[in-house]
Design a protein around this ligand. Structure first.
Ligand code: PGA
Length: 251
């Protein structure tokens, strides 16, 4: 069994002051933080201050995005090596907002995944279906295709100990969530897919997170299911008062 992981995705929200406020509030939950692996993904401009801010806390941090290239004339991009330099543990890749608003397709996401992994970041591969795809019964084929784009380009030792986040697009920021059975079905399919691709032992090293409208009220139901190793939390992770109940639901 993995320690449960909770990754807070702040998206384009928050400020330095709010990060400091969150960390000092979490400080009093040190016991909780030792039982759950908590990671914060603030906007990229704040990443370089995380090392100092988290010095006395068992909290890691990560980037919301990473370039697929190592370096060069690529205005606005941030490389995996730079993220490692500021102490990042994780890099989200293929979040549905990036796929949807910035045109990231499966191949591009796979290149980002490889760029992150090659520099010892743990990629958090986000997969998930749209509402139309769910209604057409395509959920499992969509998430497997998103996963296969990476699996085709990697090998078992690279894929071990990484993270996949199942985030149905229609559940992100909407207050809607899948039923427990729907989450169980997708997570089991992802795990079995990894068993088929590699083997059971390797599949168990991969953490499968659920994300999409998780809050204190539903965290216990959604994140304690079989094959669910934790959560990727957006809106509810921005304030301690809404974030802490999610952590408490997991111990
Ligand atoms: P949400 O976002 O918790 O606000 O639905 C989750 C995510 O996009 O990672």
């Amino acid at each position: 069994m993995h320690k449960k992981r909770v990754i807070a995705n702040w998206k384009m929200n928050g400020s330095q002051t709010e990060i400091v406020a969150m960390l000092s509030a979490l400080q009093k939950d040190n016991k909780l933080l030792n039982q759950i692996e908590v990671s914060l993904c603030p906007p990229a401009v704040f990443l370089s201050s995380m090392k100092n801010l988290c010095a006395s806390l068992p909290i890691s941090w990560g980037a919301q995005n990473v370039s697929d290239q190592e370096d060069g004339a690529l205005t606005g991009e941030i490389s995996a090596k730079m993220l490692v330099e500021v102490g990042c543990r994780y890099a989200l890749v293929g979040h549905s907002e990036r796929r949807l608003y910035y045109g990231e397709d499966n191949e591009w996401v796979a290149r980002k995944w490889l760029a992150a992994r090659s520099k010892d970041l743990i990629p958090v591969l986000c997969v998930g279906e749209s509402l139309a795809q769910r209604e057409q019964g395509d959920t499992l084929s969509v998430v497997k295709e998103q996963l296969n784009a990476v699996l085709e380009r990697t090998h078992s030792t690279q894929f071990a100990h990484t993270v996949i986040a199942y985030e149905p697009v229609w559940a992100i920021g909407t207050g809607l969530t899948p039923t427990q059975n729907e989450i169980l079905e997708v997570h089991m399919a992802l795990r079995e897919h990894l068993v088929k691709q590699y083997d059971k032992a390797l599949s168990q090293t991969v953490a499968l997170l659920y994300g999409g409208s998780v809050k204190g009220e539903n965290a216990a139901q959604l994140l304690n299911l079989e094959n669910v190793d934790g959560g990727l939390i957006g809106g509810a992770s921005l304030k301690y008062d809404t974030f802490a109940p999610i952590l408490r639901a997991l111990v």
